[in-house]
Write a protein that binds this ligand. Structure first.
Ligand SMILES: NC(=O)c1ccc[n+]([C@@H]2O[C@H](COP(=O)([O-])OP(=O)(O)OC[C@H]3O[C@@H](n4cnc5c(N)ncnc54)[C@H](OP(=O)(O)O)[C@@H]3O)[C@@H](O)[C@H]2O)c1
Length: 328
C-alpha cells in the first residue's frame, strides 16, 4: 500500500508519500481499499499538532473515507468482502488502504457513490446533531449559518431547509454566497462587505423583520460571534460548533440573560461515543434523507491523492466551496 505519512506534525510540507506493508485485519477489523477521502478541518489541524487528538507518530492523516472491503478479520459479523463502506476513524484515509474497526464502518446502500460517501458522515452528523438534537429546530424558525459555504455549513443549510426552516447563509465572498443560494439558502450575507459589526447586524435585522435569527450555527467563531449573539431572537439558541476563524471568542454573560437565549455546545464525536444508539438512529435518518435527494454533499472538486498538499493549501486559504475529495 501507499500512504501520506506524517512523521513530524510540523505542517503539510512535512507529509511524505511512502510505500508501506499492507496490513492484515485483526479480530473485528476490515481492510478497506480506499476509493475516496475527503478533507475536514481537523485534518488541517492534526498535521500541525493543533488538534485535540494527537496520534502517536508516525500516522497517516485523513479522517474520513469510503471504499471497498477487500479482507475481513475474525469476529467480523456483518461486513463481507466486496461491501462498499464509509468510515470516519480520525486518521488513515489519505492512503490506498486502511484497517478499520467493523463497528466504525457505515455500510453503503446501492447508489451511494464513494465520493459522496467520503464527504458525508462528519458534516451531516455534526449539523443534524447540532440543529435537531441541540437546538431542537422547529419548522418555520430562522437559522443563521456562519461559514455557510464550508463543509459543515453546506450540510447545515440543507438540513435546515429539509426541516422547514428559513436559512440565512453568511460567507466571505459573493461566489460562496451564490453557492449557498443554489443549495437552498433564502437570504445570503457577505460578511466581508458587511464587516463592520453594525452593518452585519443591520443585514440580519433586515433579513428577519427585526426579530433576529432563532438559531445561529457557528463553525467559525472569531469577531462575528458577539455581534451575532447580540442580534439573536428572544429564546434563541447559539450553536458553538467550531473555531475555523482562529481565536475562541468570549461573550459577556448578560447577553444570554437579556435575550432569554442559550449558548449551546455541539460535540458530535462526544455524542457518538456516549450515545451510540441515538447516533446510529440519526445516521439511519440521514442516509434516508440522502436517498430521498433532500441532502447531498456539495463537492467543490475531486483531486487525485497525489495532489493532497494542493488540497490542503486550498482549505487553508478559504478557497474551498463545500468539500474537497481525494480519489484513488
Ligand atoms: N463540534 C463538532 O462536533 C464539529 C464537527 C465537525 C467540524 N467542526 C468544526 O467546524 C469547523 C468547520 O469545519 P469544516 O470541515 O466545515 O471546515 P471548512 O469546510 O474549511 O469550512 C470552514 C469555513 O470557515 C470559514 N473560515 C473563516 N475563517 C477561516 C480561516 N481563517 N480559515 C479557514 N476557514 C475559515 C470559511 O468560510 P468563509 O470564507 O465564508 O468565512 C470556511 O468555509 C472547524 O472548526 C471544525 O473543527 C466541529
Amino acid at each position: 500500500m501507499h500512504a501520506w505519512l506524517c512523521e513530524q506534525p510540523t505542517g503539510v510540507d512535512a507529509l511524505v508519500w511512502k510505500e508501506l506493508p499492507t496490513p492484515r485485519p485483526g479480530p473485528g477489523e476490515v481492510l478497506i481499499e480506499i476509493k475516496a477521502a475527503s478533507l475536514n478541518f481537523p485534518d488541517l489541524l492534526i498535521v500541525q499538532n493543533l488538534y485535540q487528538t494527537k496520534p502517536p507518530l508516525p500516522f497517516v492523516p485523513g479522517s474520513e473515507y469510503a471504499g471497498v472491503v477487500v479482507e475481513v478479520g475474525s469476529e467480523v459479523k456483518k461486513i463481507k468482502v466486496g461491501q462498499n463502506v464509509a468510515c470516519l476513524s480520525g486518521t488513515g484515509g489519505f492512503a490506498t488502504h486502511v484497517i478499520a474497526a467493523e463497528d466504525q464502518c457505515m455500510q453503503l446502500p446501492e447508489g451511494f457513490g464513494h465520493v459522496d460517501a467520503a464527504a458525508f458522515i462528519m458534516t451531516y452528523a455534526t449539523s443534524w446533531h447540532a440543529l435537531m438534537d441541540r437546538a431542537a429546530l422547529k419548522p418555520g424558525e430562522t437559522v443563521l449559518v456562519l461559514g455557510a459555504a464550508g463543509g459543515v455549513g453546506t450540510a447545515a443549510i440543507q438540513i435546515a431547509k429539509a426541516e422547514g426552516a428559513k436559512v440565512i447563509a453568511a460567507a466571505s465572498t459573493d461566489e460562496k454566497c451564490e453557492l449557498c443560494k443554489s443549495i437552498g439558502a433564502d437570504v445570503t450575507i457577505n460578511y466581508t462587505t458587511h464587516s463592520v459589526p453594525t452593518a452585519f447586524r443591520d443585514a440580519l435585522k433586515a433579513a428577519t423583520n427585526g426579530k433576529g435569527p432563532d438559531v445561529v450555527y457557528d463553525p467559525v467563531g472569531g469577531e462575528f460571534a458577539e455581534p451575532t449573539f447580540r442580534s439573536i431572537a428572544w429564546k434563541g439558541r447559539y450553536l458553538v460548533v467550531g473555531f475555523a476563524g482562529g481565536p475562541i471568542p468570549s461573550l459577556p454573560l448578560n447577553l444570554p440573560l437579556l435575550k432569554g437565549a442559550s449558548i449551546v455546545g455541539v460535540f458530535w464525536g462526544g455524542f457518538a461515543k456516549t450515545e451510540p444508539e441515538a447516533n446510529e438512529r440519526m445516521m439511519g435518518e440521514l442516509v434516508k434523507l440522502y436517498g430521498q435527494g433532500k441532502i447531498k454533499p456539495v463537492i467543490d472538486s475531486t483531486l487525485p491523492l497525489s495532489e493532497l498538499k494542493n488540497a490542503y493549501a486550498q482549505m487553508g486559504t478559504r478557497s474551498v466551496k463545500g468539500k474537497l475529495v481525494m480519489v484513488n
